[in-house]
Design a binder for this molecule. Structure first.
Ligand code: SF4
Ligand code: SF4
Length: 79
């Protein structure tokens, strides 16, 4: 199963307090920051390596690996 990283903007503080820990970890260039949005993940570039998840202080709630699907990677994960 192909997995990709997905961020939950409700739990990621990047949009308000500037965590940004994950941004430097993505060698695939799949992570970016958009003002007013927060962390944005391009699922088309994400390799599912998990490097961002392993450094996220709020992993499992803010950032996690999920099965790939079509659509925007910046959408909150389905529960
Ligand atoms: S799982 Fe890997 S490739 Fe995907 S966004 Fe995180 S660091 Fe980048
Ligand atoms: S490391 Fe986690 S909490 Fe920090 S900006 Fe990235 S997804 Fe958000």
């Amino acid at each position: 199963m192909v997995r990709v990283a997905r961020v939950d903007p409700e739990h990621c503080p990047a949009g308000s307090c500037g965590c940004f820990t994950c941004l430097d970890r993505c060698e695939a260039g799949a992570l970016s920051f958009a003002a007013g949005v927060g962390i944005v993940i391009d699922e088309g570039l994400c390799t599912g390596c998990g490097a961002c998840v392993s450094c996220c202080p709020l992993a499992e709630v803010a950032l996690r690996l999920v099965p790939a699907r079509s659509g925007s990677a910046s959408e909150p994960p389905k529960r």
